[in-house]
Design a protein around this ligand. Sequence first.
Ligand code: ADP
Ligand code: MG
Length: 723
Amino acid sequence: MAARPVTIGLDNLCSFGVSSLPGIPPGRAKALEHLGIESAYDLVTYFPRRYIDRTKQALIADAVPGEQVVLVGRVEAARVIPTRGKLSLVEATMADESGSVTLRFFRQPYRAKQLNGFDREVAVFGRVELFKHRRYLVNPVVDPIGDRTGQIVPIYPQREEAKITSETLGRLISGVFNLYPEVADTVPRSIRSELGLLDRWDAFQLIHHPNVLADAQRARRRIAFDELFRIQIVLGLIRRARADRSVGISHRAAPFQGDGPALVSEFLDRLPFELTSGQWRTLEEIAADMAAPAPMHRLLQGDVGSGKTLVSLVAMLIAVQGGYQAALLAPTEVLAEQHFKSISALLAGHRVRERDQRLLFADDHREVSAALLTGSTSKARRARVLNDLAQGHLDIVVGTHALFSEEVSYRRLGLVVVDEQHRFGVEQRSLLRDRVESESGVVPDTLVMTATPIPRTAAMTVFGDLDLSVIDTMPPGRKPVATSWPQGEGAEKETFEFLKSEVGRGRQAYVVCPLVSESDRIAVKAVEKEYERLAAGPLAGLRVGLLHGKLTAKAKESVMDGFRSGEIDVLVATTVIEVGVDVPNATVMVVEDAGRFGIAQLHQLRGRVGRGSDSSFCFLLADAESATTERRLQALCASTDGFELAEIDLELRGEGTLLGERQSGRSDLKLASILRDRDLVEHARKHASGLLAQDPYLTSHPWLTREIRALFGEQEVSYLLRS
Ligand code: ADP
Ligand code: MG
C-alpha cells in the first residue's frame, strides 16, 4: 500500500534551496541566481512571460514589417559580419517552410557560435524591419524551444547573464512537481468553489505546462487570487492589530453633541452652501470612526474639487468641539498657506468652550484658533505657535513637515489630517501619530486625503490598511472644464488670444510652465524668462504675476494675494499651484509643454479652474513626442473624471510605480494586476475580511499562517498574530 505523499506548504518550498533539487549542479544554481531564483518556491513562481501556441504560429512569410512577431524556425549560417569601427555584428538566416528572414545582432559577438550550435528549432521575438526589400529582426530575443511535444510552449523571462533557455527552465520546474506531487492549498474550499478557482497545485502545474491556452488563463487567475488574498489577509491583520492594541479617543462626534454651543452644527448651519450627498456620507463615516474608541485610520478619496478640504475641516471641528486639537499636514508651503487661509476664513466668528477653567472669567467661550507652521515661519512666531500648542490655546495647526519636528508638542492632539498622502512616506505619516502615542498613551485619529483619485482596487491594495471613504459627488453648478490640445502653427497665438478675451470679460487665468526641479537655478531662470516673454508679448497689456517655488514665502504670499483679490489677471507659475489653489474667478488654464506632465498632474492643474459657476477652459500646449504623450493628452481632452483618468494613468505607467513604495520582497504581486484583476481584488478583500471575522488569529488556518509568515516576514506576522 503506497503511503500518501507528505503534504507540504509553499513555506517549505521557500526553504528548499535549488541546489538541493535533483539535476541542479552548482554551476546551474549560480545561473539561476541571476534570475533571482534561489529556492524551489522561486522556481515555481518564475512564471512564463508568454506562450507560443504552436497550432497558431505565424509563418515567416506572413511577418509584416513594423509588427512585433514571434517566429519559429531553424537558424542557418550565423556569421560575423566585418564592420568598420568597433561595433560587432552577427547575421543569421532563419527559415521555416514558408520563407526566411535575417536576424541581426549588434554587440553580441557570442551569437555566431551560439546560433550555429543549435540544431533545433528556435523561437525569436522582435519587430520586423524592412531594408532594401529584405526583412530583418534586429537584436531579437532568442529562445531555443527544442523538441517539446506540447502544442503550447511556455517562454520564460530571460537574462543574458543567466544563459538558461526556456526549455531548461521548464524542465527544472517540472522537477519540483515530480518531487512534490502535493502542496497544501491555503484558500478554504468554500471560497474556491464560490469563485470557481482551480486547486492550487494544479494551477501551478498548468501555468507552466498548459494543454491549451485557456488552462494557463484559469491557472493564472487562481494564482493571482492567492497573491491578492494573502495581501488582504495581512492588511486585515494590520487593521485588527491596530484596533486591538491602541487606545484611541471617543470624540463627541454627532453634530449636536457638542460642549455648549455645538460647534459643528453651527458651522454647518452657517456654511453658504449645502454639503453634497457624497460629503454627508463620508462625514458620517468619519464621525462614526471618531466617536468609536479605536483610533481612526481612514482614507478620504474624491476627485479634484469635490470638497475634501471642507470634509476634513468638519472632522477637525469634531475634535475641537470636544476639547481636542487637530493638525493638518500639507506637502508644500503654498498648499499649507492656502489651507490656512481658507480654514481661517471659514472659522471666523466660531466659538468653542475654553477647556482650562482657570483661565475663565465671565465668558467661558473663545474663538476657535488656528495657526500656520512651516519652514519659513519666523522664529518669534514659531515660538509662540509652539507655546500655544503645548498649552492648548491653539485648536488647529496647519503646516508642512515642520509639524513633525521634535520640538512640537501638543496638549491634546485628537486628529491628524494628512493631505496629499503620496508625497509623504508611510513612515512619515505614522511618525506624528506614534510620537503622540508614546507621549500620551493615546493614538489620535488619522484621516488621509489623496490629491488625485486612485482607482478603487488600487486603493484597496496600496492603502488597504486604511478604511476607505469616497466622495462621489461634485458641488452643484460645476461645469466640466472644456479641454483642448490645439496643434499646429497658430496654436499658441490662438490660445493666448482666447485667454485675453476671457480676461476682457473680467475672468482670470493661469499659465503653467514646466520646471524640472524647483531647486535648479537654471530652471528658475527659464521660468523667469518665459514670464518676461509672455508679459512683453502674447500677454502684453494684462497684469501678469509670477509664482515659483524659489520665491521667498513673503513674495509668494503677496503674489497669491494679488491673484485672489483680482489685482493680477494672469498668474504665470510652475506646478507650485498644482494643489489646493482655489480662485473661483479663474477660468482659463494654459499648460505649456504639457507633454512633460503626467496625467494626474495635468488633471490636478486643470482642477484649478472650473471652481466657479462660469464655463472654464484648459489648453494643453504640446508637441506629440511619443505615443504615450499622445494618449495622455487625448485622455485629458476626453475625460474630466479623475477616477477614469487614474485608471488610464496606471495602465500607461505600470502598476509597479504605485505598489513599489508599499510592498517589498516576496509580497510583491507577481501575476495579479490591480487593474486587470479588479474583480479578484474585490473578492479577495471580501473573503479575507470574512475569514478574519470568524478566525481573527488564524488559529484554524495553520497552512495560511505558515505561508504568510514565510512570505511576509516571520517577525512582522508574529507581531500581528500575537493576541
Ligand atoms: P478638493 O480639496 O477636494 O480638491 P476643495 O476642498 O478645494 O476640493 O473644494 C473646492 C471648492 O468647492 C472650494 O472652494 C470649496 O469651498 C467649495 N465647496 C466645497 N464643498 C462645497 C459644496 N457642498 N457646495 C459648494 N461648494 C463647495
Ligand atoms: Mg476615535
